[in-house]
Write a protein that binds this ligand. Structure first.
Ligand code: ADP
Ligand code: MG
Length: 684
């Protein structure tokens, strides 16, 4: 067995289940063992019913009181069982498991494990796991891995596959130098990998995880260093001597740029005129006005006879930017030629666009990742901007270099991270921070409410719509299946139709829709033909409809705070008072406390630091859904100390010659692989 082998070499994985693994980007055995658990389940000590916390997984010690006869409802066979202890009772319900009826006897003591909730005023648990005391003892204290899944593939199936690989003992060579491992107290690599999947206890898990997090940060930082060396040397052959048109545009804008925006634009101009090509990050909270800075830079490129390209993570966002440029061009009679290139265009349309790019008939080119496909040839590309985007990848850079262009690069991000971390994470980039919101902003009014507030919220939404405004409603993601997520959104939109007056147009948006449909919906929303948009988080990044004043987030407890802050950033973008309603569907105290942070502040930096304070060591894996700055396993906030260690350790290699020493050959190999495969897939 070899780690580069195909997963079909494992017992029990044929073509069919391999296809499911592929959906999770698992092709080889190595991919498989690097599919780390996203969480662990613990079989905690069982408690009596009166200690049961509602709406989260609990193990309860009960006695079976009464086994009812099986009921049939449509095609369901329902078994209800009454269980209890000396003081309290709970209804247990199983669907389509009629054989359990004969296994359960009144008077028997059992441990049940599941999520207790109130149904018709009674404590209920559906589909609980069932154990005898003895069976449960065997499980207690164990940490079982929970993996990111896809429909048709269970955690159990992944667990079995991982076990096979680990049992076969194909070992990887240790690549970290011994002195580094010793200094930062890091586990051996193979031990760390097997322990992250099957830890014996929390302490082992923490130790194993530390090693893998360290690796991830360390390789990342080393590769940045490598990038910086390669990019810094690139001479700037472009001349940006003209700026009248751009400055004129700046004068005519309906608003004055904030000082922070002006500073960022000055930084950009200075870089573009300097000796080496630009590599700059503009960091600014949602709504701080990054787009206009990008627009000015692109205008400057155009004015000087060059092309500039701007890449967005989604078609919706790309189209929005494109339309913004068309509007600028018309409104201010600018001599610019914007063009849009996206994946959903027909082959014929794409061909025409590519031709115009190659001939230089278009000079501001907006699109998705399609912008850097091989078939696109630029006439004279001088500037590349990525908005809310994955780090401008090494591959993309190389691809451009092969075509003979080394443009200036500008990266825009709303990720709220402290400057010290930013310097490590974006070590290859210069940083401009836009730390000031436009002065016309009225702070958003927030509220965190429970589900009983919904009816009132709908009345409020109606009022806002009748006042001429628009509304987003976000449905939570459904973890295991995108199809269910779509259903969820569609159902919610239907339900809302019955709650709101019929002259309000409601529509919906979800990840499963075709790009063209999504664009169409967003365009109609932007034109106020749709007043209420029910959506998944696909609208999370960058969307700008200033007329929208209400953001209602269902099941806000399911989201990370940073993500909620991003969502909130979709409103409050115009001069109108805007509102954010976070509906908390959980009765847990911690959740309320966490959401209240959003209530208190509209500042992204403050929120992420408070979020951090609330996370205890037990939350190692609990908050990994923030959707920003996601490493595979490391979390720059909770693992800030390890990040610092990795940064210190990497400084040993500040001289590239050192890396050539024989003792670092394994590390060198690993780094090469990392640069080729991993760096591009990080969403930073
Ligand atoms: P983000 O930084 O989140 O990308 P945008 O660039 O989309 O924010 O800007 C949000 C809104 O603020 C847009 O409607 C934009 O036109 C407006 N805006 C940008 N700069 C200013 C400013 N200095 N004064 C007033 N409004 C501004
Ligand atoms: Mg933006």
């Amino acid at each position: 067995m070899n780690l580069s082998d195909n997963i079909t070499t494992l017992k029990g994985i044929g073509e069919k289940s391999a296809a499911l693994f592929h959906k999770l980007n698992i092709y080889t055995l190595e991919d498989l063992i690097r599919h780390y658990p996203r969480d662990y389940e613990e079989y905690a000590s069982p408690v009596g019913i009166r200690f049961a916390e509602r709406d989260c997984i609990q193990s309860l010690r009960v006695t079976i009181k009464k086994v009812e006869s099986i009921k049939r409802v449509r095609n369901l066979q329902i078994l209800n069982v009454l269980a209890g202890d000396s003081e309290n009772s709970i209804v247990l319900t199983w669907f389509n498991m009629p054989y359990l009826k004969n296994k359960l006897r009144s008077g028997e003591h059992m441990i049940i494990r599941g999520i207790p909730f109130l149904k018709n005023g009674r404590l209920t648990m559906e589909q609980p796991e069932l154990f005898t005391e003895k069976e449960y003892e065997g499980k207690q204290g164990q940490l079982l891995p929970k993996y990111a899944l896809t429909k048709g593939l269970t955690s159990n199936a992944i667990m079995k596959a991982v076990r096979q690989v680990l049992d076969s003992k194909v070992l990887e060579k240790e690549f970290l130098p011994a002195n580094i491992r010793k200094e930062y107290e890091l586990a051996e690599y193979n031990y760390a990998v097997s322990t992250i999947h099957f830890p014996n206890c929390m302490d082992d898990l923490v130790f194993a995880r530390k090693r893998l997090v360290f690796d991830e940060f360390f390789l990342f930082i080393l590769s940045l260093r490598y990038l910086k060396e390669t990019t810094e040397k690139i001479k700037n052959d472009f001349t940006f001597s003209k700026q009248n048109i751009t400055l004129n545009l700046l004068e005519q804008l309906p608003f004055k740029l904030t000082n922070a925006q002006l500073r960022a634009f000055e930084d950009v101009k200075e870089n573009m005129n300097s000796e080496y090509v630009m590599n700059r990050l503009i960091q600014g909270d949602v709504g701080s006005g990054k787009t206009i800075v990008a627009a000015l830079a692109l205008c400057l490129a155009s004015e000087n006879g060059y092309q500039g390209a701007m890449m967005a993570p989604t078609e919706v966002l790309a189209r929005q930017h494109y339309e913004y440029f068309v509007e600028l061009k018309e409104k201010y009679q600018l001599p610019i030629h914007p063009i849009l290139l996206t994946g959903s265009m027909t082959a014929k349309e794409k061909r025409t666009v590519r031709e115009r790019i190659e001939l230089g008939m278009a000079d501001i080119i907006i699109g998705t990742h399609t912008l850097f496909q091989e078939s696109v040839i630029y006439k004279n590309l001088a500037l590349v901007i990525t908005d809310e985007q994955h780090r401008f990848g090494v591959r993309q850079r190389e691809m451009l270099m092969e075509k003979g262009t080394c443009p200036h690069v500008l990266v825009m991000s709303a990720t709220p991270i402290p400057r010290t971390l930013a310097i490590i994470i974006y070590g290859d980039l210069d940083i401009s921070v836009i730390d000031e919101l436009p002065s016309n902003r009225i702070p958003i009014k927030n509220c965190v409410v429970d589900t009983s507030y919904r009816e009132k919220a709908y009345q409020f939404i109606t009022k806002e719509v009748y006042g001429g405004h628009q509304v987003y409603v976000i449905c939570p993601m459904v973890e295991e299946s995108e199809n269910m997520e779509a259903e969820n959104v569609i159902d919610y939109a239907k339900m809302l139709q019955t709650k709101l007056p019929s002259d309000i147009t409601i529509s919906y948006l979800h990840g499963k829709m075709k790009a063209k449909e999504k664009n169409d919906i967003m365009e109609r929303f932007a034109a106020n033909e749709i007043q209420v948009l029910v959506s998944t988080t696909v609208i999370e990044v960058g969307v700008n409809v200033p007329n929208a004043t209400v953001m209602m987030v269902e099941n806000a407890e399911c989201f990370g705070l940073a993500q909620l802050h991003q969502l909130r950033g979709r409103v409050g973008r115009g001069g109108n008072q805007s509102y954010c309603i976070f509906v908390n569907g959980s009765s847990k105290k911690d959740t309320k406390k966490r959401l209240d942070i959003l209530n208190k502040s509209n500042d992204g930096f403050f929120i992420s630091s408070e979020d951090l304070k609330l996370r205890g060591p037990g939350d190692l894996f609990g908050f990994r859904q923030s959707g920003i700055l996601e490493f595979k396993i490391g979390d720059i906030f909770t693992d800030a100390a390890i990040l610092q260690n990795a940064s210190d350790a990497a400084s040993i290699f500040s001289d590239k010659e050192i890396m050539k020493k024989a003792e670092y050959s394994e590390l060198n190999k690993k780094l090469e692989l990392y640069l080729q495969n991993d760096l591009n897939s990080l969403s930073l």
